[in-house]
Ligand binder design. Structure first.
Ligand code: FAD
Length: 884
């Protein structure tokens, strides 16, 4: 045990140490620990406390001279938190929670730093922290299964586990303005403000940058300086802090039960309990909306503002309403209209960059000693010995303050030269953007953990809550490894890829990627543009992390002297918005349709349909009646707004031949009509069990014939038709294509088959893999078939089109299948069979989607690109007769 510091407390078992061969490290390492933690901010401090509690030997290495991290370094005037202090504080120590009293709603930096120091004193943390030391490199030593760290004092430290608690906003961004080092006056960075403070009185001060730090400090600097010039590249949205005493309702909530209050925050979306709206900003009157915004402006904070309406961060139109409200506040505050307009953000949706909180920021621009320089109009040519040269003006300063932000989320991590397994460096591994599993670990870097790393909620949340969650997860993980006699853990490449995909999927259903923000790495030249934090929320993220553990560390490989445990897998494969829909449905405890009679099931599905989003407006809707195979059928015609005549698509609704009607896929028909600029005629057909096989197919074909004959009267282009349908409707569209081919008309130029029923065979893998849990279940498919067709009829091509004698000479097809759908494999099989028969076919498999995703227009943002492709296919049918 020679190299193990605090050997009595070490987690390592005797056999473990001997297996790993600690003799080698004794000659190279100055000291060895179970865990080395980099950074003594709130994350590193709490982790040290937890590790000690587990009896592990731990050392924290910190570049600063004391604890506090962010609050140690960022001492600029006006620095304070933007999450209320009663929330932005540790919850792990109830005694601390009870005894520490915050003086203000948003505590200033000195008070938050004192809090960090108080925690360090209370838990005697400093004795295991090495201050004023940087970790410069870290190399994984495969032979000893340990990390070898080199520090700025020239020492080498080894450790079994290595944790980057280096902070998301701790690495200042390099200034990318020419001539920065030429300036002969005083230069300050908000992120490295001198401890003794700065006297700005009587001085001409230039501030470069208008991010959060600038917005907090500018009002205070303006009050002190003789002149203050603010150089702004991109204006930011800021709202008033309304700072003051801690609100009574917070105090009341805490008094009612502090543990419950803290627990609620842990299970909230952003780590703070706020009211979450379930209303669209577009669904209320302007008066009601403005009153809500006004209330948030006067009393709320950034998280309340974002959550004021449910679609603020997902719907551009809803977002723009809030943007304009804030812009109007700016216009009403700033006297000079030109300056006001320059301060109004117009190039990104609100909330897609961190919303700022200020005290008198916009008012400051009414001071006679303050000037705003809009760098979009007057770019900086260079910094000179005496000031700043714009392209059209020279300005002189005594002081320049850089408030230029951080290389966020990844800067401090890749700031250490980290080399993992097989010589792979983290910089190489992340050259296209960070790739992590859960924001906690990276593949190829065993036993390296990150706290609030990229791919976790981190900067989109109250960081205290996210820090505590990560620390607890990591400490528990190390403890579990010890209990299991294992010594290393790392994620599998598949788990990492799956998580990166999930993080991107989440970002892509929000407006977040639309801003050139530091969330996207866009503030640092050359940094890959990827959305860095996890937008799914603290609550969902915590659920996932817990699930991974409960599922025997899904996605991780763990090794030890006794062997290897690899539990490969992807923790979230369903699209995030589909998952939300499934969760909402699960919460409703809905009955299963296959337990109902056909009449009950119809009533039930009509009730569900009544609650859906309506879909876009089309030029005209005409309801009518046409002759079917055995009586009249209703239809609904959707006409585009553009001048006709238009190509016609005959559309067949879904519903397992039992449910639905000519208007039951209304939102999808509207959407396809608008996107493809074609007429859609959605036709009803007789339903089972009242009219069993082949009634639906006969009606579908009769309706198609009638529409072909009456195309001109319907406003369509005569001659060519396409057919389309979803689910059982896809089955009918495929069958109509075959019947038309065999009958020599009508001429069908394309078939768009959306998750179609093509076969009566239940043995394909998708039937077992997706038997339950994705709305359309295997039992429900049995129920549909039983209502529709006798077993001996099902193999007819008029029920199972894949069984046709030949599939040759059918119209070009686009077949869309969804990953989590019992019908997935029969759709894919039909695409393959058509292609084998020489039919031009495009198969679009939709990752993470379920059977009911495609018609869920305006409910699933992840469906938008799919519907765009479907519409492109329709256009392609009529222009080139080949699928798009
Ligand atoms: C001005 C400002 C205001 C903020 N306000 C809020 C707020 O209101 N609410 C909120 O949730 N979040 C806020 N944040 C985010 C804030 O960073 C986190 O809340 C939290 O303080 C982060 O704690 P941490 O321990 O993870 O990282 P940090 O506090 O950043 O600490 C990381 C430490 O690691 C050290 N370090 C880094 N690399 C090395 C190395 N190679 N060797 C040695 N040491 C190293 C750094 O010196 C630093 O002290 C704010 C950030 C800033 C900059």
């Amino acid at each position: 045990m020679g190299t193990i510091i605090g050997a009595g407390a070490s987690m390592l078992r005797e056999d473990d140490v001997s297996t790993i061969g600690s003799g080698a490290e004794a000659t190279t390492a100055d000291v060895d620990f179970d865990v080395v933690v980099v950074g003594a901010g709130f994350a590193g401090m709490y982790l040290l406390h937890r590790l000690r509690g587990l009896g592990l030997s731990a050392r924290v290495i910190e570049a600063g001279a004391d604890v506090g991290g962010t609050w140690y370094w960022n001492r600029y005037p006006g620095a304070r938190c933007d999450i209320q202090s009663v929330d932005y504080s540790y919850s792990f120590d109830p005694e601390l929670d009870e005894t520490w009293k915050w003086t203000e709603k948003y505590a200033p930096q000195p008070e938050i730093l004192r809090y960090a120091q108080h925690v360090a004193d209370k838990h005697d943390l400093r004795r295991d922290i090495q201050f004023s030391t940087r970790v410069e490199s870290a190399v994984w030593d495969e032979s000893t299964s340990r990390w070898q760290l080199r520090t700025s004092d020239g020492r080498t430290i080894t450790s079994r586990f290595y944790v980057m608690a280096t902070g998301c906003l701790s690495m200042p961004k390099e200034v990318d303005i020419a001539g920065t080092d030429r300036f002969a006056g005083e230069v300050y960075f908000t992120s490295r403000w001198p401890h003794e403070g700065v006297d700005l009185s009587g001085k001409r001060v230039g501030v470069i940058g208008t991010g959060s730090s600038a917005i907090q400090s500018i009002p205070i600097m303006a009050a002190e300086a003789a002149q203050l010039t603010v150089f702004q590249r991109t204006p930011n949205f800021s709202m008033p802090a309304n700072n003051g005493p801690i609100p009574q309702e917070k105090l009341d909530a805490l008094a009612k039960g502090r543990p419950q209050y803290r627990e609620a925050a842990r299970w909230s979306g952003a780590g703070v309990t706020v009211e979450i709206s379930t209303t669209s900003a577009l669904a209320v009157s302007e008066e009601e909306r403005l009153a809500k915004y006004e209330d948030v402006w006067e009393h709320g904070g950034i998280i309340q503002a974002i959550n004021s309406y449910m679609d603020n961060l997902v719907n551009p139109a809803a977002n723009e309403l809030l943007c304009e409200f804030v812009r109007n506040k700016i216009r009403a505050t700033v006297n000079d209209p030109e300056t006001a307009e320059a301060l109004c953000p117009k190039t990104f949706p609100i909330g897609t960059k961190r919303l700022c909180v200020d005290t008198g920021y916009y008012e400051t621009f009414n001071r006679p000693n303050v000037r705003l320089v809009d760098l979009r109009e007057h770019p900086i040519a260079s910094i000179t010995e005496t000031g700043v040269d714009l392209v059209d003006e020279s300005l002189e300063f005594d002081v320049i303050v850089f408030a230029t932000g951080f290389d966020a989320m990844t800067g401090a991590i890749v700031g250490v030269d980290i080399t993992g397994r097989d010589g792979l460096t983290l910089k190489q591994a992340w050259s296209e953007g960070p790739k992590t599993y859960l924001g906690l670990m990276a593949a190829g870097f065993p036993n390296l953990f990150m706290i609030t790393g990229p791919g976790s909620p981190s900067v989109l949340s109250n960081m205290m809550v996210s820090i505590e969650q990560h620390v607890d997860w990591i400490a528990d993980c190390i403890d579990q490894l010890r209990a299991d006699g294992l010594s290393t853990i790392e994620p599998t490449p598949a788990a990492v890829d799956g998580w990166v995909q999930h993080v991107n999927d989440y970002a892509n259903i929000t407006l977040m990627p639309q801003a050139n923000s530091w969330y996207m790495g866009a503030n640092v030249p050359g940094k890959p543009r990827v959305f860095l934090p996890y937008a799914g929320g603290v609550d969902r993220y915590r659920t996932i992390c817990n699930e991974v553990v409960a599922d025997d560390y899904l996605g991780f490989e763990r090794r030890g002297p006794d062997g290897q445990r690899r539990n490969d897998g992807v923790v979230r494969r369903v699209q995030p918005d589909v998952q939300l829909m499934l969760e909402a449905m699960a919460g409703m405890n809905l009955p299963t349709m296959d337990s109902m009679s056909a009449a009950e099931a119809r009533e039930f599905s009509n009730a569900i349909a009544a609650q859906r989003a309506p879909g876009p407006d089309v030029g005209e809707i005409v309801d009518g009646v046409l002759p079917g195979a055995a009586g009249d059928l209703t239809y609904r015609l959707y006409r585009p707004a553009s001048p006709g005549p238009h190509p016609i698509v005959v559309y067949f609704h879904g519903g397992g031949w039992v449910l639905g009607s000519h208007d039951s896929d209304d939102p999808l028909c509207r959407d396809l009509c608008v996107r493809s600029d074609a007429i859609l005629v959605s036709v009803d057909y007789r339903h089972a069990p009242e009219a069993r096989f082949p009634a639906a197919a006969d009606d579908a074909f009769a309706a198609t014939q009638w529409i072909a004959e009456n195309a001109a009267a319907l406003g369509g282009i005569p001659g060519d038709l396409a057919v389309a349908g979803w689910s059982a409707g896809g089955n009918l569209a495929a069958i109509v294509s075959q019947l038309a081919r065999d009958a020599g008309g009508p001429r069908i130029v394309g078939q768009l088959l959306l998750t179609p029923v093509t076969d009566c065979d239940f043995s394909r893998a998708s039937y077992t893999e997706n038997a339950d849990g994705y709305v359309l279940t295997t039992p429900l498919m049995h129920w549909f078939w039983n209502h529709y067709a006798d077993p001996e009829d099902r193999t007819s091509p008029k029920a199972s089109p894949i069984r046709a004698e030949t599939l040759a000479d059918l119209p070009p097809a686009m077949i869309v299948t969804c990953e989590f759908d019992p019908l997935r494999d029969e759709g894919a099989a039909y695409a393959e069979a058509l292609a084998a028969a020489g039919v031009p076919v495009r198969h679009l498999p939709c990752r993470g989607q379920i059977h009911t995703s495609l018609p869920a227009v305006d409910m699933l943002l992840s469906g938008v690109p799919i519907r765009a492709e479907m519409a492109a296919a329709i256009r392609g049918f009529f222009t080139a007769n080949v699928p798009a």
